[in-house]
Design a protein around this ligand. Structure first.
Ligand SMILES: [Zn+2]
Ligand SMILES: [Zn+2]
Ligand SMILES: [Zn+2]
Length: 253
């Protein structure tokens, strides 16, 4: 399978509006970060994990022509705000978009996009078909996903394991039984906000401690704040098997 980091930035993105810091003013494209999202392409199926506010531009920049499903990790705006733009795929593919989300996230989608779920719909609104994610393995086309429950301060978030690949964003805690689901991952994507502590996200040291315990062949850090520092400088400080992801980075798994 192919994976593309569509976005690797925290909720504000980078550059942050009106910020004059070195990272926000950096000329290195790797320091420009859309809101966090990930694209997965198998031989038959393409899915996106989260549709943040940059979804439209992410689809355009990465020339995504077909999308079979959207999978949501949690209901924060930086992960769901772009759902309106799945309309483009409704029109081209002539069908409802399959959307996979926990019951809790589905409630939030009804709240945030009431017009999508209205009984009598305005013409042209997004058309979605909701599917519930619980704790069991679920399948989209030929992609089999195992949900991993993590905690983001007080909010539950779903991570996903697909074979030996694991994708976790917006986590601050992973309890032992869920942690066991990550063991044996060869490629591990984890959120790491910045170097200093944060109430709802792993910081760099916390993410590195988990990577050290799992010992994947390769780990990528995502959901990065401008406070993390310059991409190229921070990358040099990391262990050999760890890299800060950047927008557009493609991986195979
Ligand atoms: Zn987020
Ligand atoms: Zn900045
Ligand atoms: Zn969040």
């Amino acid at each position: 399978m192919k994976g593309i980091f569509l976005g690797t930035g925290t909720s504000q993105g980078i550059p942050v509006i009106a910020c004059e810091c070195d990272v926000c003013k950096s000329k290195n494209p790797k320091d420009n970060r859309f809101r966090t999202s990930f694209f997965i392409q198998s031989s038959t199926t393409s899915i996106v994990i989260d549709t943040g506010p940059d979804f439209r531009q992410q689809m355009l920049s990465n020339k995504v022509k077909k999308l079979d499903a959207v999978v949501f990790t949690h209901e924060h705006k930086d992960h769901v705000a772009g759902m309106d733009d799945i309309r483009a795929f409704n029109f081209i593919q002539k069908k409802d978009m399959d959307v996979y989300a926990s019951e809790r996230v589905q409630l939030a989608l009804h709240r945030e996009f009431p017009y999508v779920f209205a009984k009598s719909k305005y013409p042209g609104v997004p058309r979605v078909k909701l599917h519930s994610i619980e704790d069991d393995v679920f399948q989209i086309g030929d992609i089999k996903l195992t949900p991993i429950n993590v905690t983001h301060y007080i909010m539950p978030v779903k991570g996903f394991r697909i074979g030996s690949f694991t994708y976790i964003t917006d986590a601050k805690e992973i309890e032992a039984s869920e942690f066991d689901k990550i063991r044996g991952s060869e490629i591990l994507v984890l959120n790491a906000l910045r170097k200093s502590e944060h109430i709802s996200h792993f910081n760099l040291d916390e993410a590195l401690a988990i990577i050290d315990e799992i010992k994947p062949k390769k780990a990528y850090l995502t959901h990065i704040s401008h406070l993390m520092g310059l991409h190229d400088e921070v990358n040099l400080e990391l262990p050999d098997n760890v890299e800060i992801a950047y927008d557009g980075l493609e991986i195979e798994f």
